[in-house]
Design a protein around this ligand. Sequence first.
Ligand code: C2E
Ligand code: MG
Ligand code: MG
Length: 615
Amino acid sequence: MEKIKILIVEDELLIAENLAMKLRKFGYIIAGIVSSGKAALKYINSDKPDLILMDIAIKGNMDGIETAAKIGEQEEIPIIYLTAYADDETLERATRTNCYGYILKPFKDRELHATIKVALKKYQEQTEIKNSLQEAINQYSAEHNSIHIDSLTKLPNRLVLRDLCEYLLSKYKNSSAIESEDKETGARTKSSNISRIKKNILGVMYLELDRFHRINDSLGNENGDLLIKAVAERLKKYSDNFEHESCIVRLHNSEFAILLAGITLRQKVADFARTVLAEINKPFLIADREIFLTASIGIAFYPFDHTEIDELLKQAKRAMKHAQEQGGNQYKFYTAALKMIGYIIPEDYLSLETDLHYALERKELQLYYQPKINLSTGQIVGAEALIRWNHPKLGLVPPEKFIYIAEASSLIESIGEWVLKEACKKTKNWHQAGFDHLITAVNLSGRQFKQLDLFHRLTQLLFDSNLDPRFIEVELTEKILVDNIKANIQRMNLIKKLGISISIDDFGTGYSSLGYLQQFPFDTLKIDQCFIKNIDQNPTNAIITKTIIDMAHQLNLKVVAEGVETEAELDFLIKHECDEIQGYLLSRPLPTREFEQLLVSKKCFPISSYALSNS
Ligand code: C2E
Ligand code: MG
Ligand code: MG
């Protein structure tokens, strides 16, 4: 068993120290001693103890019970109250929180030890029940919700892929607190960090039967269907007997996805793929004929290759295509990740994550600012803040190489908070220097947007920086918004209530239905750079961009084009009345000083001359 970490919330230092000493004697680790509810909440935000000993009468404007209730809103942590009073009302209030025990002062050491043990046991049981309950719910909905089931194979279909991934990931996240033994090696993991990361890995396999159309062509579609059904059954049977958690999804025709959770070695996934291929090579009996099949498999890993399931699946599919091109009947790993972080992914990943932990305190993070230019005036109207990591060994690391690591751990929360704080501070400085019209846009990651206390954090930030909220804009990507739409709309409304505006980033790369995006209360739409590229020569991009601009204007949204690199692209955007642009043509993202120099030296870009020169 890993050692249990206990947080003590007690405002009398002597009592707290004495308690700590006793707990250490019993073999517990003291996560910390704090003296107020506020400090306890702050602590919980940065680390999660296994248990909390909470004095009820503590100083500050929250007592222990109110503090526990607040903690319960954020985290499920067992709490034991220590108190000198036991009146009915207090008891009643305490039981309504995540109370796992109640000890009256003064108490004996053994009493304390026993209460803690009972509380931990209770917590563990509850967590287990919750997990199996979740499993049962999933199974039930899989069996009963026919739109999520493929009618031919009775496997879950593409619509549930995301849910399945989230479920598998959350399952391993929850269990890592209890289970400290590495299933693969049987060895005890030394660091909870390692076990947490390993258990958050998900392998995504994309499988397609090779040249399946020839079966349909020669045996007819009906027999083709029977064959697919037989393949599905064989895959399911094999994966059900596999030692790790796995799920199979029918994607399309003869394409399947297989999700593998709780795997810590690439080799295991390779073995799995090899066996699946061998299973498919065994003959199938359809319409009294023996049929021989082969398949190609591509494999990508969450979170190393991508943290978005749609993207992961695309990467796995690319790897699968590669396997097909090599002749089929084989598997391939998606390789961009290998190039990026070396061979044995988990270990390197871990060291990057560790470095990233220190990046903030070592002041290695830096914001660059890319100006946004208004197309009717040529004026710099604001900037997008873009993060960079000055890694001591690797040099300047772009966000795409580390944001996903921060996202997969809770680091993104502190990094995101730093970005917001820094951006507000700089914007305030610029305003004070006379550039008081500048609006700074900050990118929010999914995890940041979904933080429970985002609203409070933003309020605090605006208060601390004394910046008018109209001058801060947050950028969210479509992908963040599609699950749990109702809650996301509420969250966005809260942000807007503060006076902060919202823009939708990389528009067009996700779900792109303006009809449904209309429900979201955003102010600005940023057309993704892939549509802007060669817009003057690529008729499809031209039509898409033109349509997006028109529709957005009808919905009273401002339109920004990203990634403008050539005068011809700019010219097109001017002609079609795009409102603002961002791009290398006018300026790359710049470090603060250079951005400030640009502000001073270039009051206006000669936009109209670009347009004229091309008309
Ligand atoms: P994004 O928000 O879509 O940012 C635009 C990206 O396009 C930036 O890449 C920018 O440098 C690049 N760009 C701008 N103009 C041009 C151009 O003319 N041509 C080309 N080829 N590229 C151009 P960057 O800075 O590498 O950032 C990549 C992504 O990382 C951002 O995409 C954003 O999603 C994310 N990111 C950046 N900073 C943060 C941050 O502070 N927090 C979070 N959560 N994500 C961030
Ligand atoms: Mg952005
Ligand atoms: Mg963008």
